[in-house]
Ligand binder design. Structure first.
Ligand code: TLP
Length: 342
């Protein structure tokens, strides 16, 4: 089976497991796990922030950020395609009591004009805008890297209005490697950044939320409230440290494989994708109308696993547990199978 459903499907390598069993641990709710502390300090350093907090999932990292930046009844401007809006089970409204205000250009990015138009101006009957959330890379639009000039322009608007910015950087590592930009530079405009260790980096779980010391203190309280205070979790933090040390530079291989896949399927009947839009490790392609679900099942029967991302859209994701040969094989299977549905 060639599993391209997500870069989350990777299994910890023998060396990663060894690092986990060797980890020095303590009770992290008492603040006594040295491996967790090391991971938090390492990520804070990589992102150029004062402090960081280890959390079990990317969803929790994003939701702690939303909770810590806002009060119930506030409004948060988000990308229409972003994970916080689409795939976090309504957590922002359920847990933080905020209203999400989605904006997006036809190309899937947010820009300063859209954000400026979405900001409410403070009449007492309006929902006060408090936070702007971006995602980099943007998963739903095919792992696109946010053009830095768009982020800088949005940041100017945010500063004009005294608004905080949060970045869902689940795949910030991919953006950094593909654009040859330090993660710290990509993180700089944001008051808080969540990064995942369990996507392209291959750890079994774990995300890290970074920001100012006072922001992280506030998020720490909400982490306990949300049930995310963990005990001897250094065994997992050790996987994260291993992933940061060994699995960032190799993301280039995943990006090359994604490009290969896109080039391998783009000419096929029934497939819609422009390989030039494949910036990182995600290949989002159009298929014949309303055929995504049937195609996912047909591809599964042929030994290739992918996921539907809409009635006529399929996502394939490359990662460290698939090699070039498997990606070439997947491209052949996808081309043949989609053509049969066209
Ligand atoms: N994304 C998953 C699915 O939920 C879609 C995937 O397979 O890509 N931010 C972004 C941009 C993400 O892509 C994800 C996971 C998360 C946050 C949430 O991370 P977890 O799954 O750890 O809660």
């Amino acid at each position: 089976m060639i599993d391209l459903r997500s870069d989350t499907v990777t299994r910890p390598s023998a060396a990663m497991l060894q690092a986990m069993t060797a980890a020095e641990v303590g009770d992290d709710v008492f603040g006594e796990d040295p491996t967790v502390r090391k991971l938090e300090e390492t990520v804070a350093g990589l992102l150029g922030k004062e402090a960081a907090l280890f959390v079990p999932t990317g969803t929790m990292g994003n939701q702690l950020a939303v909770r810590a930046h806002t009060n119930p009844g506030d409004e948060v401007i988000v990308g229409r395609s972003c994970h916080v809006f689409n795939y976090e089970s309504g957590a922002a409204s359920a847990l933080s009591g905020v209203q999400l205000h989605p904006v997006e250009r036809p190309d899937g990015f947010m820009d300063a004009d859209l954000v400026r138009d979405a900001i409410r101006h403070g009449y007492y009957w309006e929902t006060p805008t408090r936070l702007i959330c971006l995602e980099n890379t943007v998963n739903k639009t095919g792992g696109r890297i946010v053009p830095p000039e768009l982020t800088s322009a949005i940041k100017l608007v945010a500063d004009e209005h005294g608004l905080a910015m949060h970045l869902d950087g689940a795949r910030l590592w991919n953006a950094a490697v593909a654009s040859d930009t330090p993660p710290q530079t990509l993180a700089a405009p944001f008051a808080s950044v969540n990064v995942c260790l369990s996507k392209g980096l291959g750890a079994p779980l774990g995300s890290v939320l970074a920001g100012s010391r006072s922001f992280i203190q506030r998020a720490h309280r909400f982490r306990k409230m949300y049930g995310g205070g963990m005990r001897q979790v250094g065994v997992v933090a050790a996987a994260g440290l291993f992933a940061l040390e060994h699995n960032i530079d190799r993301l280039d291989d995943d990006h090359a494989n994604a490009r290969l896949l896109a080039e391998g399927i783009c000419e096929s009947r029934g497939v819609a994708i422009d390989p030039d839009t494949v910036d990182t490790n995600i290949v989002m392609f159009g298929v014949p109308k309303n055929k995504a679900l049937e195609l996912v099942a047909a591809l599964d029967a042929e030994g290739v696993r992918v996921v539907p991302f809409g009635p006529s859209t399929i996502r394939a994701t490359t990662h460290l547990d698939v090699n070039q040969h498997e990606v070439e094989r997947a491209a052949e299977v996808i081309s043949k199978t989609v053509a049969a549905f066209a």
